[in-house]
Design a protein around this ligand. Sequence first.
Ligand code: BGC
Length: 432
Amino acid sequence: MEPFALPETFLLGTATASLQIEGGDRNNSWYRWAEQGHITDGTHCIVANDHWNRAKEDTALMKKLNHHTYRMGLEWARIEPIKGKFDAEAMAHYRAEIELLLENNIKPLITLHHFSNPLWLEDQGAWMNPEVIDLFEAYTAHVVENLGDLASDWCTINEPNVYLYEGYVEGIWPPGEKNILKYFKGARNMIQAHIMAYRKIHEIRKRMEQTDTMVGFAHHERVFDPKTGSRLEMLLCRFYERLFHEIFVKGMAEGELLLPVGSGHPRGFGLYMDYFGLNYYTRDLISLSLNPAALFAKMEVRQGAEVNDLGWELYPEGLYRLCKKYYQLYSVPIFITENGTCDARDAFRTRYIYDHLFQISRLIDEGVDVRRFYHWTLMDNFEWVEGLSARFGLVEVDFESQKRAIRPSGKFYAEICENRSVTQKMIEKYLG
Ligand code: BGC
């Protein structure tokens, strides 16, 4: 292990999503899913971190952790509780939350959609109904008209591939369907919704005479490697690459619909991202399966690999590989919009952070323009279908008392943020 330093202009912080921390909203698809008993550990999102009432305390935590930036989500169901009717109180609440960040010198990056839908949208077919493109644009316009003077940086949609895969292929997230055709249909709508929102955010902020707008999306990418290296496995990897990554990146970044999502550029040619947002966690080894429902591929974790509490391989080089790949393709700044691990005992999170940031320093040394890093996540929260027991936080949360306690890995991260470096002393103190 060696010391390293990040550039003076590099921004570090954490990312969260509204549904996973806020609590208190009954008007969204995840509330209903939890009510129906789908959360595997039997917990619920209705309280989560009670962040809606504790934003002040949580901002103070971020300050204590020396954040330069914070990626936060907005809950569409709160802002537009009834189709076409916007709630002024919810907007005022988010405004106050963002103002608090700014007072603390923490730069916000705002996510407009992170897995949860208002119930009215869910009940009209959610992202399967093409009307969602206009609806998302109207919601985006309303938000940016109201918050665009405070925030320059926007993330339209978080991980459309994961949202569609879990909800429409695996069927373990709302609405719990197993229909691959819907995966492609949803992709078509999410891609176009992103493009329209991208344009809208720029249009509104330009009118506001703001010149520093940065808009992108958060793309979840896994490394797919062939298990034994056979040609067939390589072909399967290529196939999965296309289905899981390429159709989304090509569509959202360039406006091109690839088969089987569609064809051509229905919303015009362009580059619809000012930064490339990468959410990276792990890799899968791929081999042949005879199961058509699994699209003939079996995904496994490398034998003997170190894994996290959810069984995901810890593979920091993957972050390096993916940043290289996308920088070569697009040459736009890269924001690591999410990276972190599930580690209830905080046994390997410190090392995980070191290893992944070390890859970032390598990339920067080699001329790759990585500008930001958002650790997933600030504090333990509601981890979707796994519930409250999967622990990704720099801060440990006792959900009974809502007490927050910074973990040793959080202290390590705070020191990295403070100095934008890992020194020999820090290695001895935290990783010795
Ligand atoms: C999602 C987060 C989630 C994290 C860990 C990402 O795919 O954007 O909402 O909590 O992974 O599973």
